[in-house]
Design a protein around this ligand. Structure first.
Ligand SMILES: [Cu+2]
Length: 480
């Protein structure tokens, strides 16, 4: 058989993939279970694994602190870790590799825990906070140093078992495009959980120190598999070829996104894959308390960090987000003057609502909450009709800490500049904005911990949470 050079290259690269992928063969898939359904033996394995990792010094790549640093670490922490420049601060938030990078991260730490726990069938559990937002008991009891799963930096009411997460939303599972699915899932429940758990979890450079981090990301990973089962397809080239460096039990690994497209490709599955989004948020609750704020549109964009993958169509005046639901009203006349909706037409389908110069108040730093953002036609809202309100994203303290821990760039400079937040729009929100004939509202609603009766435990009312220099509507900039 004769093959040409192109075919040869293709053949060889598929051989390389086959060699690189962990051997699954005829073995049964490992099953990741909800932590509340673990057998005592499996729970002991989890505790033993975390305990053994905690006992190692941070320059050992199997240690708890080293693995937390792979996700993110405060700049000073990398001292004494010789390969931190290669393997630390690698987490990807935003863009198309949020899910693939974290799937690999979970696989490698799961492998380490399996070895260190001494349980050869160990699988990471997940926390299904959509089903039950109260922190599972093993993570909070006993509430002291004898429990390797306990972390005392979390929101106190959550650790006490008197409050649970609220505002969880799975509308992302209805999106057909990977980019829309991934970015909506990223906001809620992903950032929503980070922000409400608070403490270590509320900030990128410390998030993975809290064991709940891995249970949270397993659940996010589970929704990716749900979406795939519903028929969602992962992006084409160059997405599958993107590789991430990891220090693994078998040495250095360039882990490719395309090799973890489905959980079965890498030997595991979940005990349950609830692929229908069950949550219908109570829109009327915030509608009753909504404050309207008309903002002027400015043609001049506020410069983002470099590189910043968005180009502004317009930016608004400054405003403040408090604990009270806020509708920022944009006049259709001004939107037209700013070049809408023509500007959206040339945007290859990618448009984001952005927040620039966001400063967190002291009250906000305490965590325990996140902000959901929606878009809706103003006239409909005022008449009490929320049928056309669409969630466009969510953000929390976590998103404002994304740049702070990355050492590859000028960490000090980046940490001192408030990070912008970009919420890429799904297809339906795009259509709503592009097709609007009247004024539009972008709505910000604080969501926080609630007690067993669903009442907020720390309603911050008028307290300032975020000061925003300007909200923008931006289109994807041409790739540089
Ligand atoms: Cu995360």
């Amino acid at each position: 058989m004769q093959i040409n050079r192109r075919e040869f290259v293709m053949l060889m690269s598929s051989v390389a993939v086959a060699l690189a992928a962990p051997r699954v063969s005829a073995q049964a898939l490992r099953v990741r279970r909800e932590i509340r359904t673990l057998s005592p033996t499996d729970l002991d394995a989890l505790k033993a694994g975390v305990q053994a990792m905690r006992a190692l010094p941070k320059d050992n790549y199997r240690s708890w602190l080293y693995q937390a640093g792979v996700h993110g670490a405060p700049a000073a922490d990398s001292a004494g870790v010789p390969d931190a420049a290669t393997y630390w601060n690698q987490c990807i938030h935003g863009g198309l590799h949020f899910l693939s990078w974290h799937r690999w991260e979970l696989l490698f730490i799961e492998e380490i825990m399996r070895q260190m726990s001494g349980h050869c069938d160990f699988a990471l559990p997940y926390w299904d906070y959509v089903a039950d937002g109260f922190l599972p008991d093993p993570l909070r009891l006993p509430a002291d140093g004898t429990n390797p799963l306990y972390n005392d930096t979390r929101a106190a009411a959550l650790n006490a078992g008197t409050a649970g997460l609220s505002g969880m939303h799975l509308g992302s599972l209805d999106e057909t495009a990977f980019a829309s699915f991934s970015s909506l899932l990223y906001g809620n429940p992903h950032s929503a959980v980070h922000g409400q758990v608070g403490g270590n979890m509320g900030s990128v450079p410390t998030a993975a120190r809290d064991p709940v981090f891995y249970l949270h990301h397993c659940n996010i990973d589970r929704y990716w598999e749900c979406w795939s089962r519903k028929g969602g397809t992962n992006p084409g080239a160059p997405w599958p070829g993107q590789a991430f460096p990891f220090r693994t039990l078998s040495g250095h690994r360039d882990a490719r996104a395309g090799d973890v497209g489905r959980t079965g490709d890498v030997g595991y599955t979940y005990d349950s894959l609830p692929c229908a989004p069950p949550i219908h948020p109570d829109l009327l609750d915030w509608l009753r308390r909504l404050r309207y704020l008309r903002l002027r549109v400015r043609p001049r964009p506020i410069p983002g960090p470099d590189p910043w993958p968005w180009r502004a169509v317009f930016t608004t005046e400054p405003f403040t987000i408090t604990g009270q639901p806020l509708a920022v009203v944009l006049s259709q006349g001004e939107l037209q003057k700013a070049g809408m909706p023509a500007a959206l037409g040339g945007a290859d389908g990618t448009v984001a609502v952005t927040l620039h110069g966001v400063e967190m108040s002291k009250a906000a730093r305490a965590g325990g909450f996140f902000v959901d953002a929606w878009v809706a036609p103003v006239a409909a809202l005022r008449s009490g009709d929320t049928r056309n309100a669409l969630r466009i994203g969510s953000f929390s303290s976590f998103d404002l800490s994304v740049h702070a821990g990355h050492t590859g760039h000028d960490a000090a400079a980046r940490a001192s500049v408030p990070s912008p937040i970009a919420m890429p729009l799904g297809e339906r929100a795009m259509r709503l904005i592009a097709g609007a004939k009247d004024d539009l509202a972008i709505i910000f609603v604080r969501q926080g911990l609630v007690d067993r009766k669903g009442q907020p435990v720390d309603d911050q009312g008028q307290a300032t949470l975020f000061q925003v220099e300007g909200m923008g509507l931006e289109v994807a900039a041409a790739t540089r």
